[in-house]
Design a protein. Structure first.
Length: 518
């Protein structure tokens, strides 16, 4: 198993201290009963006081709970088994059913070879301040850690989940789910996985109104039972209409995937629309040695009207950002990639950003890619991998810094539009796409030309600390980021296109550092 350097251990410790607070008090505003579970308890007791505490998970599962009820496991203790909640456990928006710990530590729910919790048709459920532990993805566990299906208004907050063969947290066919401050590590298929049944449906989605914030997905290496598809993802959502993933970190995932075809990604979505991924960091993610992907971020098959913005990817085996269509039932269209930084991604040669559509069908079209910084100092490291060409892909105001070829070997550009981008080859070779330089390419293709005038920039962008953005705390992306900021004499200063005026593109209100867009 790959080992993390000491600074990563310290970073995770800091994040857990800030993001996983222990709550020893009862939930405010709750009007129901409080049930206690303690190792010294007795399942014949009422459970309604510490002195009358229950002892086992089986006793909890045997009860039906009513609105406002709380179940508190004694902090620091370990309880073996699988918690189950269903339609017989009722709650309301104002009086939720709460599952948590008491005292100054988190209780541990040890699912062994199964799940730690299953919630089915159980609405208005809150799960917080607990640790869910499995026996290990290769040590006998065969399940998901926290499995939530056909539920509404569910909150998962401040939990740690590890040692499960499939996903740490799995959400399936749910509405209004909020997942925050989750530390999902050492699971198989994914740290956090949201999924449904609409892969071939042209219009329907199974999940609605999803929020994932301030979560860490670390070292989820791969599912040993998945031998015909990807596994080892950080955070993955699909079949979702209206979702937001923000301030999350995914790293060191995917390194033990058994499949040798398509691969995992740090943070990504597919079969979704109206989805935003923002203020996230995805780094050092991997795939099987002879497999694809292992990238930072991805808008995959059937994604539409979605955005990746204000994100940082670095040192991923695959591309920093992937735009892929495998042949899903919905059209991949009208997406935006803006104000992101990709640094030294594409260790497998696919570079900073990759575009691909498979032969299985589907459609891919229309994506605006602007105000991003793509930096690749890997040996012979390209910025773009464009394996096939599709209409409506437009590149504006981007910075491309590459080390050898601009485009992955064997690729070509055709229908893509480039205007007002800055290019710089770290190898010193000014040749560009089989032309003497970028200007001759522009004059022949019409790219980087406006009104008969060359508007591209071939010059060193003069950015502060290029190659040095290896942050591991997503909240630092909002404001203090200094890496890649143009320094004095940078050719980028006051050189951007006004995209709203010229193309009707709403550029948003600010850049990755929080600076207002002029």
């Amino acid at each position: 198993m790959p080992k993390k350097p000491v600074w990563l251990h310290l970073a995770v410790t800091l994040l857990l201290a800030l993001w996983l607070p222990v709550c020893s008090s009862h939930a405010s505003g709750q009007s129901g009963r409080v049930f206690f579970v303690q190792p010294a308890g007795d399942d014949k007791n009422s459970g309604l006081s510490p002195e009358q505490a229950w002892r086992t998970i089986d006793r909890v599962n045997a009860a039906n709970f009513t609105p406002g009820d709380q179940i508190l496991f004694s902090g620091g203790a370990t309880y073996n088994g699988r918690l189950r909640f269903d339609a017989g456990d009722s709650a309301t928006t104002s009086d939720r059913l709460v599952l948590s710990s008491s005292g100054d530590a988190r209780a541990i729910i040890d699912g062994g070879n199964g799940s730690g919790l299953v919630a089915e048709d159980c609405h208005h459920l809150t799960i917080k301040n607990l640790v869910f532990r499995g026996s290990g993805r290769k040590a006998g566990n065969e399940a998901d850690g926290v499995y939530i299906t056909r539920c509404r208004q569910v909150e998962v907050d401040s939990i740690e989940v590890h040692g499960f063969q499939h996903a740490g947290v799995l959400v399936h066919i749910c509405d209004s789910v909020r997942i925050t401050h989750v530390y999902a590590h050492d699971n198989g298929f994914a740290g956090i996985h949201v999924t449904g049944t609409t892969i071939w449906d042209s219009s329907r989605y199974d999940n609605h109104h999803l929020y994932i914030g301030q979560c860490i997905a670390e070292n989820n290496p791969g599912d040993p039972t998945v031998i015909d598809n990807h596994s080892g993802n950080g955070i993955l959502a699909s079949s979702t209409d209206r979702g937001l993933i923000e301030y999350c970190e995914a790293f060191n995932n995917g390194w033990d995937m058994p499949w040798h075809g398509n691969g995992p990604v740090g943070i990504w979505i597919w079969d979704s629309r109206n989805f935003i991924i923002q203020h996230c960091i995805s780094h050092d993610n991997k795939s099987a040695p002879d497999a694809a992907d292992g990238g930072g971020f991805d808008l995959d098959g059937g994604t539409s009207d979605s955005i990746i913005q204000y994100c940082l990817s670095f040192d991923n085996q695959g591309p920093g950002i992937g735009l892929f269509e495998f042949g899903a039932g919905k059209v991949w269209q009208n997406n935006v990639i803006r104000y992101n930084i990709s640094q030294d991604d594409g260790k497998n040669g696919q570079g900073s950003l990759a575009i691909w559509k498979g032969e299985a069908g589907g459609a891919i079209r229309n994506c605006d890619i602007y105000n991003n910084t793509f930096y690749n100092s890997n040996q012979n490291g390209p910025n773009l991998c464009v394996q096939n060409n599709w209409q409506g892909f437009r590149f504006f105001n981007n910075v491309f810094v590459y080390n050898g070829p601009f485009l992955m070997a064997g690729n070509r550009l055709q229908d893509e539009r480039f205007e007002n981008n800055c290019y710089w080859n770290l190898s010193g070779n000014q040749e560009f796409l089989n032309h003497v330089n970028i200007r001759t390419w522009a004059e022949e293709t019409g790219n980087e030309m406006r009104g008969g005038r060359f508007v591209g920039i071939y010059a060193e962008p003069r950015l502060y600390n290029s190659g040095g953005a290896r942050l591991t705390f997503p909240l630092l992306l909002h404001g203090p980021l200094t890496e890649y900021q143009p320094i004095s004499a940078s050719p980028l200063i006051d050189a951007g296109l006004n995209l709203e005026k010229m193309y009707g593109v709403n550029p948003g209100e600010r850049d990755i550092r929080g600076t207002s867009i002029p």
